[in-house]
Unconditional design. Structure first.
Length: 219
């Protein structure tokens, strides 16, 4: 089962200390809101505006007037929050990350340079640095039978003890347009998901997901 160190360079997020003492990334999902509030109170006012309760936005970030930002939330330096983005709260948006047109975020960590640029839903998820979600791709964070999410890797099953877990994307992951990442999906570093895929379980690092029967190593 891929661990935090397998998936992420923790130097690429303002939330690096949130992962201290944890083994698997989904362990932090229940602590994001509280962490944001505590961290936000320490952010330097000369670098971050504090326009609403539990909301901190870097002064050099670009936020379109039509975007909605609910707290708790931190928008880091040079991030871009585009037209009609809907940040419901409990969200950390990393340096130079993009949250695009009609994108919805909820209980997420976007590492630095992440791109969610067009019509994406990202909930109860963690996206590593430089990860990119193609237009219309989403994370599904609740199973249809509402049972607790289990992380699956081959024959290994790791319970999360959570009803809501979306996707965990390692650094530099590419997700093709209109793909669905089912609850508990984990994608290793530098892997690619073909457009219009329905993905569940774990994709190893440096692989291409073509369909559930064809996951091939990158050459």
């Amino acid at each position: 089962m891929m661990t935090i160190s397998d998936l992420f360079n923790l130097k690429d997020t303002i939330a690096s200390s949130l992962f201290d003492g944890k083994t698997y990334p989904w362990e932090v999902l229940g602590e994001i809101s509280e962490f944001i509030v505590k961290l936000g109170e320490t952010l330097p006012p000369e670098e971050f505006d504090h326009p609403a309760e539990d909301v901190w936005i870097a002064k050099d970030a670009k936020v379109f007037p039509s975007a909605y930002i609910g707290g708790p939330c931190i928008i880091d330096h040079e991030a871009e929050i585009r037209h009609c983005a809907f940040i419901r709260g409990s969200a950390i948006v990393g340096k130079k990350a993009v949250v695009g047109n009609s994108v919805e975020l909820k209980n997420v960590i976007l590492f630095d340079y992440v791109q969610t640029p067009h019509y994406n839903y990202v909930g109860d998820s963690i996206l590593g640095s430089h990860a990119h979600m193609g237009a219309g791709s989403i994370t599904s964070n609740v199973k249809s039978d509402k049972t607790l999410v289990v992380i699956r890797e081959g024959e290994d099953h790791t319970p999360t003890q959570r009803k809501k877990v979306g996707a965990i994307l390692g650094d530099y992951v590419e997700v093709g347009c209109n793909s669905v990442l089912n609850p508990g999906t984990v994608v290793g570093r530098h892997s690619t998901v073909y457009p219009t895929s329905s993905v569940r379980g774990t994709i190893p690092p440096n692989h291409i997901y073509k369909d559930k029967k064809k996951i091939v190593s990158k050459k």
